[in-house]
Write a new protein. Structure first.
Length: 327
């Protein structure tokens, strides 16, 4: 196993055991048994944001601050066990980038293995700089066709619910990499927008078709197709924002997904909508189906459900019935 893969595996163990602290600023996990207390650490803060803490002895002025970046870097004096040390704190404020953040951390840890604390700030700055450039490049390309269809479906549901005062920005949890697209006190809703030619529905993770806190989970499948007389994403977004008390929050979530103005060149419309409460007889994979639990080190799974099979377990619906689910 390469050093990079070992780092990713060690990080996975750290994230699995770390929980947001109730009183301390950070909860941390030692990433190197050889270095022990004086080595790099994975950490989470009270908001659940993930941090990599790397001891350094070089000049921290090389750490570039980008206020609007999902990745933040700073130098901090922190005490773990035996006394204060200076750490490079690399934090990810965007939970949708957790896979990328794991790779960033692995790259920094590999550099630390090579040069130690003497160049840790310099090498961390180099790695973060490369990744910031890569993420800007990827996001500047806008949404993929599948992402555009999915966002159109979610924004339509958000607009329908918000226009009746039934939802606010905080209820739309899909962009935050939460298990479901919408969470309410009484129910969860997962929305799947599928293109006209798609013969399957993609499910992301063991949790996406599983209940949260015992609440009923409703799956909505929305056919979406290109239509010269349809709506632009910007139109639906503007109306959803107008119905919500904190429109800036919705805009930030859409931007986080990679939305760009060029995505508005295509107009879309809804086809048929279907809905079902997801129960044990619905075709799915959840963690409870695995006798031995989720295999160690496996953190993400995607699988396809045949569209026709899924629809056979559902019934036609409309936006009014989706509103009724949470009333």
């Amino acid at each position: 196993m390469t050093a990079n893969l070992r780092s990713v595996s060690t990080l996975a163990r750290g994230w699995a055991v770390l929980v947001p602290p109730s009183s301390a600023e950070l909860s941390s996990f030692v990433l190197s048994s050889e270095a022990g207390e004086s080595g790099p650490r994975a950490a989470v803060d009270k908001e659940g944001h993930r941090h990599l803490l790397v001891p350094h002895r070089d000049d921290a002025s090389v750490l570039v601050v980008e206020p609007n970046s999902a990745l933040t870097t700073s130098s901090r004096s922190l005490t773990f066990g035996f006394g204060p040390m200076d750490y490079v704190d690399v934090a990810c404020r965007d939970s949708s980038l957790r896979r990328e953040f794991d790779q960033i951390c692995a790259d920094i840890l590999e550099a630390f293995d090579e040069d130690g604390a003497g160049r840790a700030a310099e090498r961390s700055a180099q790695v973060v700089g490369r990744w910031r450039r890569l993420l800007r490049t990827v996001r500047s390309r806008g949404l993929s066709p599948e992402q555009r269809v999915g966002l159109f479906a979610e924004l339509n549901v958000l607009r329908a619910l918000a226009s009746e005062g039934l939802a606010d920005a905080d209820n739309w949890t899909g962009p935050e990499a939460a298990p479901h697209d919408f969470e309410f006190a009484s129910a969860s809703i997962e929305v799947k927008g599928v293109g006209a030619d798609a013969d399957h529905i993609v499910i992301h993770g063991f949790d996406q078709l599983d209940e949260v806190d015992g609440k009923p989970l409703h799956l909505v499948v929305a056919g979406v197709y290109e239509d010269a007389g349809g709506e632009r994403l910007a139109d639906v977004l503007a109306e959803a924002e107008a119905a919500i008390a904190a429109p800036g929050t919705v805009r930030a979530k859409v931007d986080r997904l990679g939305y760009r103005s060029e995505d508005d060149d295509i107009r879309l419309s809804f086809g048929q909508l279907f809905i079902a409460q997801v129960t044990a007889d619905f075709p799915r994979i959840i963690g409870g189906d695995l006798d031995a639990g989720v295999p160690y080190g496996l953190s993400r799974l995607s699988y396809h459900i045949n569209r026709a099979v899924a629809i056979a377990h559902m019934r036609p619906t409309d936006l009014d019935e989706i509103r009724a689910v949470i009333k």
